[in-house]
Ligand binder design. Sequence first.
Ligand code: ADP
Length: 258
Amino acid sequence: MTLRMGIDSGSTATKGALVDSSGNIVARHSQPTGVDVAATAEETRSALLSMADAQDSPIPTIATGYGRARIRFADRRVTEITCHAAGVHHQHPEVRTILDIGGQDAKAIRLEEDGSVADFAMNDRCAAGTGSFLDALARRLDWDLDAPPEAPPSASAVPDISQTCVVFAESEVIGLLAEGHTRQEVIAAVHRSIASRMTILVGQLLLAEPICFTGGVARIDGLRLALEEVLGCSVRVADDPQFTGALGAALLASPPST
Ligand code: ADP
């Protein structure tokens, strides 16, 4: 079996995927990136190789993500924008816009019909609207991101979070709970706040449908619904959205020449 590997060294998590010659994922692995980006990438690679029982085979590999420059075992390094485009186009070739929210940045990427990148806009300067904003407020709200979603509150009960700076937004969340808002109402306010920040990025592109949501944060269905509300159109989630970048990287790795 001819395998190709993608390693996405993210600010929060390192994700790896191995694909077969048809582009199907045969192994995937993720772990916190931690402080030693290169060592974590090596561990991710070893985990993938042992899952596929392929320890002795040379496997073409592309690295992407925030820490890609540190991944020496990769044959090439490719931007996350290109890798997300490749991953989404493989799964859903009709998609024309990708919304990607990871640990430390958010991106809107518009695709051509052939899956190439037509344009993109990115926020990597400020935590607002990213996974780190979500993580800080989730800690304040005792909100387990892995827990199944609870029933959403009525839209009219959802307060606004006006602060975009995470430190001030944390104080605002504490204030909203003290005023008597339920935890679910404040969680819905956090969804809306992150979705509203995404409209700023989307406003810098020509938004084209269908739209696909990727990145670790895309696992939160309430956030997908909030994006649909603020954008006024339907938003689908990529299959296994935290692995889209790793999948795209693996797909872009060249098969060994014969
Ligand atoms: P990066 O590539 O920057 O490391 P990811 O795309 O891996 O980012 O996404 C990381 C973010 O995903 C975290 O900051 C967190 O907000 C979110 N996240 C982590 N676990 C979950 C989960 N179980 N459900 C929803 N979101 C999650």
